[in-house]
Design a protein around this ligand. Structure first.
Ligand SMILES: [Zn+2]
Ligand SMILES: [Zn+2]
Length: 263
């Protein structure tokens, strides 16, 4: 056991306590400065210095504690599967990926945010593999091929060397913190579903049924889509509109309604 404090979740409460104390000290110092500068006749009682809290830090063995090492190991183990789920879900649009019909992508070369994230993760893992290999005097990482299998074999390599990586001062912090971060990012993205809400009181311009839904994707892009299965049966599928098109449609409907009432 070293006296190095573990960087993990185990010390979260202690870190918050330390931050609170730092803030309390700053407040006290400012109050003390005002008190010193105050004219004698207006000076109240001297501000009292905040009491140093009692900390119970968990030490690393040697850098991460056993429980946080285990958390990193399980995040790393799960990362491969979460990434697979993320790729399967496309970009969180499930089966209703109509996005390309309403938006024109400025970069047609980029397949999807999910694949971009995978590529970035594979690169990041390789950098840390090489960093650890360097500490051991080993040759650089072999080329692991295409994205998804590359991640699987890279995860396997890191798992088999994890104890060493998490104990080495050059790699323990960066890799450990990074894996927890990556796992949170990929898991959140894998779960992301487009935000969907029914638009009441407006009929579809194609099937004239009030089955329009507003969708918002991860990037905040909004589109309006008809969910009536029969919509556009002979016309290439359900109506899909950009927000601007939808607003135009609502205006047209309103104008028609006014015209109807006037006649
Ligand atoms: Zn810990
Ligand atoms: Zn429709």
């Amino acid at each position: 056991m070293s006296d190095r404090v573990c960087l993990g979740r185990c010390n979260g409460a202690q870190r918050r306590k330390a931050e609170d104390h730092t803030r309390a000290l700053a407040t006290w110092q400012a109050a003390l400065a005002r008190w010193v500068d105050a004219p004698d006749d207006t000076r109240g009682p001297e501000p009292i210095r905040p009491v140093e809290p009692t900390y119970r830090w968990t030490a690393g063995t040697p850098i991460w504690c056993l429980s946080d090492s285990a958390a990193i190991r399980s995040a790393l183990t799960d990362l491969d599967e979460q990434m697979a789920l993320r790729l399967m879900a496309g970009d969180g649009h499930g089966s209703i990926n109509l996005n390309e019909r309403v938006t024109s992508s400025p970069e047609p070369g980029s397949p999807s945010p999910a694949h971009d994230q995978l590529d970035e993760l594979v690169r990041w893992m390789r950098e840390w593999e090489n960093a650890y290999r360097e500490t051991q005097g080993w040759p650089t990482a072999p080329v692991r091929g295409a994205s998804a299998p590359a991640l699987t074999s890279s995860v396997a390599w890191h798992l088999s060397h994890l104890d060493g990586i998490l104990a080495h001062p050059d790699t323990a912090e960066g890799f450990g913190v990074g894996i927890l971060y990556w796992h949170a990012q990929v898991t959140a993205a894998a779960k992301t579903k487009p935000k969907r809400s029914h638009i009441k009181g407006v009929r579809c311009r194609q099937c004239h049924v009030a089955t329009l839904y507003r969708f918002e994707d991860e990037d905040g892009e909004v589109r309006v889509e008809c969910r009536n299965r029969g919509c556009g049966e002979n016309r290439g599928g359900p109506a899909v509109m950009t927000l601007a098109e939808f607003q135009g449609h609502v205006q047209t409907e309103a104008d028609a309604e006014i015209a109807r009432r006037a006649s």
